[in-house]
Design a protein around this ligand. Structure first.
Ligand code: FMN
Length: 182
């Protein structure tokens, strides 16, 4: 039986990020279902704002090659002014100039936590469009987590509904899809 390898990317670098907390809680759901998980910290892959005259930074090459090793990738992202954060768009733009294989080969899950009730629906929609545009297999089940400050318990487990059911459904859908592809 194949053990699915799932990467997690959080598009907020903030120490107290609610999206990082959501990322940790979703990664535990994957582990409970037998997946091997790895958190990818974008703070370890600094890249300048994309500029077509710059040489591709080593961080971009290393990150692109690393992401090719995963069967599934889950992004948790804040929403900034109704859009995805520049950190995430910049990472996708840079790595896409190196190779889009990691996008085409992985099954993608999208999650977004916000302090307000709306749960980043606008940014999840844009991210889904971009990944699909690049050939990614994006799961229809996304994890919108509004009112995020009260969505997790003291141990960091996601407890709020409907976010918890969304997360379980996304997790099971991703593992099924990965197994079907093999
Ligand atoms: C520049 C900026 C724009 C924001 N725009 C939105 C927005 O459009 N929708 C929303 O729900 N929250 C918005 N927020 C609030 C973020 O959801 C909130 O800061 C959240 O905690 C960021 O995620 P993090 O805790 O993972 O860093 C914005 C925050 C910043 C800094």
């Amino acid at each position: 039986m194949h053990t699915p390898k799932i990467a997690f990317i959080c598009a907020s670098l903030r120490n107290d990020s609610i999206n990082r907390k959501l990322e940790n809680s979703i990664s535990r759901l994957f582990e409970e279902r037998g997946a091997k998980t790895q958190i990818i910290n974008l703070d370890e892959f600094h890249m300048p704002i994309f500029h077509g005259d710059l040489k591709t930074p080593a961080s971009v090459k290393i990150l692109t090659a690393l992401l090719e090793k995963f069967d599934g990738i889950v992004i948790t992202t804040p929403e900034y002014n109704g859009c995805l954060p520049p950190l995430l768009k910049n990472m996708i733009d840079w790595t896409s100039t190196e190779s889009t294989n990691y996008i085409k080969n992985a099954v993608w899950g999208i999650a977004s936590a916000t302090p307000g009730p709306m749960s980043g629906i606008m940014c999840m929609r844009q991210l889904s469009f971009i990944l699909s545009r690049l050939g990614g297999d994006v799961l229809s089940q996304q994890v919108g987590c509004g009112n995020a400050s009260s969505a997790l318990d003291r141990e960091g487990n996601l407890i709020a509904q409907p976010a918890l059911n969304f997360a379980k459904e996304m997790c099971e859908m991703m593992i099924r899809r990965i197994n079907q592809k093999r």
